[in-house]
Design a protein around this ligand. Structure first.
Ligand code: PHE
Length: 344
């Protein structure tokens, strides 16, 4: 009979410790300690135990009962605790969080920000003018006579809109030079403008995209000369590309500048000597020149009193030249391909 008590204990304890829910524990309690429970029934057999052994039997029975009660109580506590634990886990603000993937600014935006900082340091003010613009601001006021063939170089998008009697057709800005006239109309000299904006041309192939950016510098004041332009270009080239880089100006033609130049930067690989990358030792940056008197007049500024210089470059091109990036297809820059963009 004592064996029966021991086997009840041995079978009950593992079951109790295995219980996953309070309900299961309640059922086990009934099954062993309830009125018709196994232990209760076993205890009733005490009457059949010889009197001299009853005390021992009673003590053992008590021990088993206490062991079961204690196990049930402990397991109940454990179950409650683990529920609390789970709740605490959910709201534990000290737990390390799940890091969302971190993005960064687009490589062209990074270049624009850097260019802005460089020019702001020497007093240029960043501006932006309409990208849906009149022909007059983009061509006419910039000294392009009507139907002048040079207009074809700026493969322009035309907007289906009524032609304005003074300003002509409505277009998408094919270059940021329209901002020159807008700036002259907005304020009197001295002017130090940096116009960074989107520009649009009817072109799309591996080396052209229909939308790209330009940054246009314009300085107008008394006695502004080519040396000021050259100094500014040198400053920009050294700040953006590196201390050991140089700028060079070559004669060129634009309707809105006189004289006009193309600006080069010395190759970073061969330092101007000529190599496989650059061939001539120089890499082309963009256009520049002294503001044409007719342009000053169109902007309401007296060319007898004021002179100025202007330049217009592409941040995309500058960025690629700086990174030494030779893209097989320029359209990649605006393709939203993460494998490409994440590298910058
Ligand atoms: N607007 C010219 C272009 O798009 C660049 C330029 C700007 C040239 C200012 C001279 C002066 O090519």
């Amino acid at each position: 009979m004592e064996e029966e008590l021991i086997s009840i204990k041995n079978s009950a304890i593992p079951l109790i410790l295995d219980a996953k829910e309070e309900k299961e524990l309640e059922e086990l309690k009934l099954q062993f300690l309830g009125r018709n429970g196994k232990l209760t029934l076993a205890l009733k057999k005490i009457t059949k135990v010889p009197p001299e052994k009853r005390k021992e039997f009673g003590m053992l029975a008590n021990e088993v009962k206490e062991a079961l009660e204690e196990a049930i109580l402990n397991q109940a506590k454990t179950l409650k605790g683990s529920v609390k634990e789970k709740i605490r886990e959910k709201i534990d603000v000290t737990n390390p969080g799940i890091k969302p993937p971190l993005g960064h600014l687009h490589l062209v935006t990074q270049a624009i920000d850097e260019i802005t900082d460089i020019f702001e340091k020497i007093g240029f003010e960043r501006v932006r003018y309409p990208e849906v613009e009149w022909d007059w601001y983009s061509f006419e006021a910039l000294n392009f006579p009507k139907n002048h063939p040079a207009r074809d170089d700026w493969e322009t998008f035309f907007i289906k809109e009524e032609v304005h009697p003074k300003y002509g057709p409505m277009i998408l800005t094919p270059h940021t030079s329209s901002g020159q006239i807008r700036e002259m109309q907005r304020r009197k000299p001295p002017i130090r403008m940096l116009n960074i904006a989107k520009t649009y041309r009817r072109q799309s192939d591996i080396s052209h995209v229909p939308m790209f950016h330009q940054f246009e510098g314009l300085v107008i004041d008394k006695d502004i000369a080519i040396t000021h332009l050259k100094g500014t270009l040198d400053y920009f080239v050294k700040s953006f590309f590196g201390e050991n880089r140089k700028s060079r100006i070559r004669p060129y033609h634009f309707q809105f500048t006189e004289p006009s130049f193309e600006v080069d930067v010395s190759c970073g690989v061969c330092n101007g000597k000529g190599c496989k990358v650059c061939k001539s030792g120089w890499l082309e940056l963009g256009g520049a020149g002294m503001v044409h008197p007719n342009v000053l007049k169109a902007g309401g500024i007296d060319p007898q009193e004021y002179t100025g210089f202007a330049f217009g470059f592409g941040p995309e091109r500058c960025m690629m030249m700086k990174e030494g990036l030779e893209l097989d297809d320029l359209r990649l820059i605006y393709s939203n391909k993460l494998e490409f963009l994440e590298q910058f």
